[in-house]
Design a protein. Structure first.
Length: 250
């Protein structure tokens, strides 16, 4: 069993690096984001590479991406939802994805239902509708090991919906955060294989897309330890690649 944090970090530092051309095998791709900005942080480089070659890319957003606050007027939520959508569309434009290629399910933040919870089957139905409408060859999902309930619930819903499709769809999970705990879970999990994708020649596009999500700096942090600005700074300095998990078995 791998227990040393240093050993785990070394494994991730030495992951197989695929060239940018790896995405050309993905063809028509559906990107699933628990909230706006996840698409840019997690797989903005891959989106840019796919669009560079003219592949169709559609983005499915599950939540608004903001915390409900009962101390604020009701219209504040509506305003924030609209602002988040506009920011997401601006980010997608930076990645050469049209706003018509984005769908927002408008589930409330932190309330994406897990399997067995009320609303789960309805969320699966809505997701299945998107799959049947778009017919992707590949679906990019949030990493199931992220320490956020919406991410895991989104992954569960999509895997259930994908299992109902009449043809096989390739699934890949994109990583956003660098927590030691999630890394530990991944390297000891036999069902997934992590690898990296070289995105250095579209890196600036990704940084520009991340920067479009301005309101993330104006709302209470939804996660720990990094703000969006700090995360963006990390990308600018140290990470000309994206990390993906590929299923070995289910």
């Amino acid at each position: 069993m791998i227990s040393s944090a240093k050993t785990v970090r070394k494994i991730f530092d030495d992951l197989l690096m695929y060239p940018a051309s790896k995405v050309y095998d993905w063809e028509t791709t559906l990107v699933v984001a628990p909230q706006p900005e996840d698409e840019s942080l997690g797989c903005g480089g891959a989106i840019a590479l796919l669009r560079e070659k003219g592949y169709r890319v559609h983005i499915l957003y599950f939540t608004h991406g903001y915390m409900e606050n009962i101390s604020k007027p009701a219209q504040t939520g509506t305003m924030l939802k609209k602002m988040k959508e506009e920011e997401a569309k601006a980010a997608l434009e930076t990645l050469k994805v049209t706003e018509e290629s984005a769908t927002f399910l408008h589930i409330r933040n932190q309330l994406v239902p897990k399997k067995g919870e009320p609303g789960f089957e309805e969320a699966v139905r809505l997701s299945l509708n998107e799959l049947e409408s778009y017919l992707p060859a590949t679906v990019l999902l949030p990493c199931r090991f992220h320490p956020y309930e919406d991410h895991f619930a989104t992954w569960q819903i999509m895997m259930e919906a994908i299992g109902k499709m009449p043809y096989q769809i390739r699934t890949l999970e994109y990583m956003i955060w660098k927590g030691e705990q999630e890394h530990q879970e991944i390297v000891t999990h036999e069902a997934v294989k992590p690898w990296r994708l070289d995105i250095k020649h579209v890196m600036q596009q990704k940084i520009n897309a991340i920067a479009q999500h301005h309101s993330q700096e104006q709302t209470p942090p939804l996660r720990n330890p990094s703000s969006l600005a700090k995360q963006q700074k990390e990308y600018e300095k140290t990470q000309p690649w994206e990390t993906y998990l590929e299923a070995v078995s289910f």
